[in-house]
Design a protein around this ligand. Structure first.
Ligand code: ADP
Length: 371
């Protein structure tokens, strides 16, 4: 009888051990970091993902939680981790905490804190289970989206206010049988702003297509001579209106290039529009040269130039130089960002050289693409 009892006890112990191992491997296989602490905030259990997320090699059982989990706020100010994790009476979830790594980089984390009866150690011990997830990428996408909405609404507000004001003014003058010569400038102003809005919306839709990569890479043979002629036709008038000379130079040996014509056109149009926009006097020169098995285009201007510091940022989304001359021109800061995206899609390489108050040269190399 005693032998059977002893055997049963032994079996129960093995069952409990198996159950424990099963739970342990379940917790260890989780992608989220799991840390269980007792009611004083000392660590009882953790999994491998917790080590990864916190970027530490080991956690000692019994260590205080604040030794390994150093929560900070958005401004990198340290928070009182211990009181944060020991205070909830029910499960609480936050997506606002950050942690700082030893190399000073910062990660955004999801932190769930659940008060529990731990059920190990002394029976009925209570404590907390923390679940930690790295949400840096999600957060930065959210932040980018918020910034995007705020910039777009800001960009839209000014032209819409001007359009509304100008049309209101024209209406008032028309009702008062005002002179047509005073009505026309108000309408022209409204028209200009409507064009700006159209440009902005075009930039945004090109951007969204480029970002989702849904542009069809329609590779075709492009006659470089004809392509340059078409650019000259489009921009001659704009250059003339600002009394700028437009020089076109093409390597006679150039013939056909196999590329995505749509991207090449969009890219060159963005570069030439900028060259004319940011140049008050002098010239804009567009050249096409044969290079390796492709074409190297360059767009040079004698305009306001770009400072060394800004040159590395001109292809960033929404970047516009703080420079006073830049701010005199309308712009969304999206043109060169879209340009770079399209260049990547066409395997093209783009570079910029510039000197403040002297001018800028954007160079782009399009390789021949196989169909
Ligand atoms: P924007 O709509 O402001 O022109 P872009 O993305 O086309 O946006 O250009 C980003 C910024 O790069 C501009 O705001 C300007 O500061 C700078 N930039 C671009 N092209 C030129 C140029 N040819 N000359 C001087 N600055 C330029």
């Amino acid at each position: 009888m005693a032998a059977i009892k002893a055997q049963r006890k032994k079996d129960q112990k093995i069952d409990a051990q198996l159950e424990h191992q099963r739970l342990e491997s379940l917790v260890n296989s989780m992608a989220d970091g799991v840390i269980a602490i007792d009611k004083k905030g000392n660590i009882e259990l953790y999994n491998g993902a917790a080590l990864n997320i916190l970027d530490i090699n080991a956690i000692k059982k019994g260590d205080p939680v604040e030794k390994i989990l150093k929560l900070t706020n958005n401004k990198k100010e340290p928070l009182d981790t211990k009181s944060i994790v020991l205070s909830p009476k029910t499960q609480t979830i936050s997506r606002d905490y950050k942690i700082i790594y030893s190399d000073t980089s910062m990660a955004s984390i999801y932190l769930s804190i659940s008060p529990v009866h731990l059920g190990y150690g002394k029976k009925g011990d209570s404590g907390y289970v923390l679940i930690i997830r790295d949400i840096t990428r999600e957060k930065s996408l959210e932040e980018e989206r918020d910034e995007f909405i705020s910039v777009i609404s800001h960009e839209l507000r000014t032209p819409i206010a001007i359009t509304e004001g100008s049309i209101g003014n024209a209406l008032y003058l028309a009702e008062k049988n005002g002179d047509i010569d005073t009505i026309i400038p108000a309408l022209k102003n409204a028209h200009d702003q409507a064009i700006f809005l159209e440009d902005l919306i075009n930039d945004l839709s090109t951007l969204s297509r480029a970002e989702r990569g849904i542009f069809e890479r329609n590779i075709e043979n492009v006659n470089v001579h004809k392509f340059m002629e078409s650019l000259q036709e489009i921009y001659e008038k704009d250059a003339k209106e600002k009394s700028l000379q437009l020089h076109i130079d093409i390597d006679p040996s150039l013939e056909l290039i196999k590329t995505v014509k749509l991207y090449m056109k969009e890219i060159m149009q963005n570069l030439i529009t900028n060259a004319i926009k940011y140049t008050e006097k002098g010239s804009v020169a567009i050249s096409a040269q044969k290079l390796r098995d492709g074409v190297k285009f360059s767009v040079s201007d004698t305009g306001i130039g770009i400072s060394k510091g800004d040159q590395s940022r001109v292809f960033d989304k929404f970047f516009r130089s703080e420079d006073y001359h830049t701010r005199q021109q309308n712009g969304t800061g999206l043109g060169l960002y879209v340009t770079r995206k399209l260049a990547e899609l066409a395997n093209a390489e783009i570079t910029v050289e510039s000197e403040l108050n002297k001018g800028s040269t954007f160079t782009i190399y399009f390789p021949n693409l196989d169909k």
